[in-house]
Each structure stands twice: as C-alpha cells, then as structure tokens.
Design a protein around this ligand. Structure first.
Ligand code: SAM
Length: 280
C-alpha cells in the first residue's frame, strides 16, 4: 500500500502554535521532508522527535519531488514542512503535491499556522474576499507594474514583505492605489508583535524614522469603486494637488501612475484645468 503525504504547518514564531496532530504526524511518519533540515532539527529536538529528515527546497524541488513520490509509492508516509508556517504558501511544496496527486498518492493537509490568515484575521480590513499576492517583485519597475495590475481589485490585498523593502513597497502603493486603508502586521506571534493600521500615508509617516526589523505582512483595502477613474474624480484630484502647490508635470507623473493613464494625457488635462475655474 502507498504511503500518505502529509502537509504539516509549523509555528511562525511561537512554538506553542504547533498542533497536537502535527506533533503526532511528525513522530509517526517515516521521513520528514524539510525546507532546511537544520532549522527543522531544532524544532524536532524541542519536541523530542527523532524522525529522519531529508531536504526539499526551491533548488532541488523537481528532482526531489520525484524521489519522494517513489518512496511514497513504496509505502513510506512522508511529512512535508517548511521553515515556518504552511508549506506551499510562498514556500516549497507545490511540486511534490502535484506529483503526488498525479501518482494517485493521498495528500493530507493539516490545518495550522500561516502568516497569511493570522495577519488577516486581526487586520480590521474586510476578510470576506481577499487576494493573496505573496511577495512583490524585488525590482522597482516590476513591482510597480504588478501593483498597477491590482489597482482595480475590490478584494483586500495581502502581501508578504521583508523589512528592507517595506517602505519602498508602501510608497509605491500610495502612488498607485492612492491613500487607502492598510494594516501592516510585524513579527506575528513573537515578543515584538505589532500591528500598524491606518491610511497608507499615516503608516508611512509612522515608519519613516524607524529601523524596521522582522517579518511583515501588508494588507491593503481593495478599491471601493471602478477600476477606471471618472473624469470628475480625475479633475477633482488634479485640482486638489495643484491647490497643494504641485506642478503640472509632477501631477501628470503621479496620477498617470496611479490611474494607469498616459502621462501626456494627464498633463494636458492638468494644463487645461490650470486656467479654468473649479466646476460649481
Ligand atoms: N509559508 C509561510 C506561511 O504560511 O506563512 C510563509 C513563508 S514566506 C517564505 C515568509 C514570509 O511570510 C515573511 O517574509 C513574512 O512576509 C511572512 N511571515 C512569516 N512569519 C511571519 C511572522 N511571524 N510575522 C509576520 N509575517 C510573517
């Protein structure tokens, strides 16, 4: 009889967050496939578990998935774990799950810790619909293009982020989404757990002078209206920015990016409005 592939979440900080079932499965399987065997060894030692480990990570995923599926076929049950949280959620796991399903192996997921649901549940933003985007691209241009494509999304947006790129990501969001409600969750389940909630501009202001450390989830309220900006909204925003002293060129750049419009087009509208009086 073939073995079972168990998908086993592990704590994202607080070791008490491992479940009783996860501990039992980790004890009972023949092999644990881990993203980083040394990291998982610490967890196993903490709970007195002596099950053998093998590595399964981004760089050996394809080949290793095939080898592990052979072991499963020959009757061994295997638990898949990542360094923290739920495997296959912005972590290695997808390939072995696909291969196991194709080979007719039973895949049994255990419920447990994930930064995604932990952060979202206390975000204060709508949770009835959300879109998990994982990590944004590291390169500025790709990140902006990615955010641009999400501008019309009504669901709450959820991103994973590292501390060094947090402010860049938030500033790009402000430019592209406008000043929406957000929640930033940092160091969940750990000693320095923190939530920052408010408008994008407020959270950016609160973080600007800080040395930001730790692991982070960013959540952004989806758009409340249509993806396309109406003339009325565009004109209103241009007038408001001009009233704050912003130049036509700057306005064209900012709003072109925010609304996905040609900068030239916004420039022309802004120039036309410059001479005209606000509509009554
Ligand atoms: N598979 C994991 C899960 O289910 O949450 C996510 C792994 S991903 C490689 C790591 C990212 O998850 C971090 O960069 C951060 O964005 C988020 N994360 C993980 N642990 C976290 C924590 N304790 N607090 C906040 N974010 C966390």
């Amino acid at each position: 009889m073939a073995g079972i592939l168990y998908i086993v979440p592990t704590p994202i900080g607080n070791l008490d967050d491992i479940t009783l079932r996860a501990l039992r499965v980790l004890k009972e399987v023949e092999l644990i496939a881990a993203e980083d065997t040394r990291h998982t060894q610490h967890l196993l030692a903490h709970f007195g578990i002596k099950t053998p480990l093998t590595s399964y990570h981004d760089h050996n995923e394809r080949g290793k998935a095939r080898t592990l599926v052979e072991r499963l076929k020959s009757g061994a049950s295997i638990a898949l774990v990542s360094d923290a949280g739920t495997p296959a959620i912005s972590d290695p796991g997808y390939r072995i799950v696909v291969d196991a399903i194709q080979a007719g192996i039973q895949v049994v997921p255990l419920p447990g810790a994930s930064a995604l649901t932990t952060a979202l549940s206390a975000s204060g933003l709508p949770t009835d619909r959300f879109l998990f985007e994982g990590f944004l691209p590291a390169k500025a241009q790709e990140r902006k293009a990615n955010l641009q494509s999400l501008r019309g999304e009504v669901a709450t947006l959820v991103f994973y982020e590292g501390p060094h790129r947090l402010l860049d990501a938030l500033n790009d969001m402000l430019k592209i989404f406008g000043d929406r409600d957000i929640a930033v969750a940092r160091e969940l389940t750990k000693v320095h757990e923190e939530f920052l909630r408010g408008k994008l501009s407020e959270v950016i202001g609160a973080l600007a002078d800080r040395d930001i450390k730790g692991e982070i989830v960013i959540m952004v309220r989806g758009t409340s209206g249509e993806a396309q900006v109406s003339d009325e909204e565009l004109h209103g925003t241009i007038r408001q920015l001009a009233g704050n002293g912003m130049g036509v060129k700057e306005i064209a750049e900012l709003l072109g990016e925010r609304y996905g419009l040609a900068k030239k087009e916004v420039y022309k509208v802004a120039l036309d409005l410059k001479g005209s009086k606000p509509a009554k």
